[in-house]
Design a protein around this ligand. Sequence first.
Ligand SMILES: C[S@@+](CC[C@H](N)C(=O)[O-])C[C@H]1O[C@@H](n2cnc3c(N)ncnc32)[C@H](O)[C@@H]1O
Length: 245
Amino acid sequence: MQVLECGCGAGRFTEVLLEKEATVTSLDLSDAVDANFENFAGSGGRHRVAQADILGLPFPPMQYDIVLCLGVVQHTPNPESAIRRLWDQVKPGGYLVFDQYRYRLYRCTTISPLFRQIIKRLPRDIGLQCTAKLVNLTFPILTRLRKYPVLVRSIGRVVPVAHYFYSYPELNEKLQYEWSLLDTHDSLSDWYRHYTTVDHTRRLLNRLGADNVECWEGGNGVEARIQRAPISAPNTMSQRRLTGS
Ligand SMILES: C[S@@+](CC[C@H](N)C(=O)[O-])C[C@H]1O[C@@H](n2cnc3c(N)ncnc32)[C@H](O)[C@@H]1O
């Protein structure tokens, strides 16, 4: 399987793909490609990285059995164009799999968009320092209150600090803190954040002329899997011509 993984980051999905014996091209716009490359240095020629924009992919079209793009299209300037560019890369018979944030009511009840508007405009190092201060201040309080989920969730409406006490209780204290810091930074520093709905995405995918459009609400928002029609075998075509069907 030739897999193109767009917006690979440091490679949490690259790892899974390589374990499944795929030949993987991992692509990202940022210098995360360096971390990705180092993380999979010993993959025996089945892994390469490219630093490029999804909106200007440096490959000829229809080369990949699977194009995977998770946690990314919402952060591009134009998700529809990004999805079209990803689709161009899918071979006949191949699949595109991606997700995108969806509109949710709770997003209107939190003030985290306000924090984000400030943090994302700061120089990267200063933004990270501010986020670390916010987490260092809030995380110990949330840890003490973790027996009271309603209270912790209410604080989360006001202070945009990510926590995993309830979704990943098995993480030790150190990992709880690290995940909190990394995900709080991730959620406050993205420049673009475009939301969608299942219906909107399904309409777009139908317009692309894809076969087997599957689109549903998943953990991270809208998730979709679409297939490009396989090329019919030549003898089948000529049989059809002969029979006039
Ligand atoms: C939230 S991270 C997701 C990383 C990885 N897919 C994962 O789930 O762990 C989003 C990634 O998309 C990359 N990205 C954002 N816009 C991009 C673009 N236009 N072209 C390529 N990569 C992009 C970012 O640099 C970042 O590494």
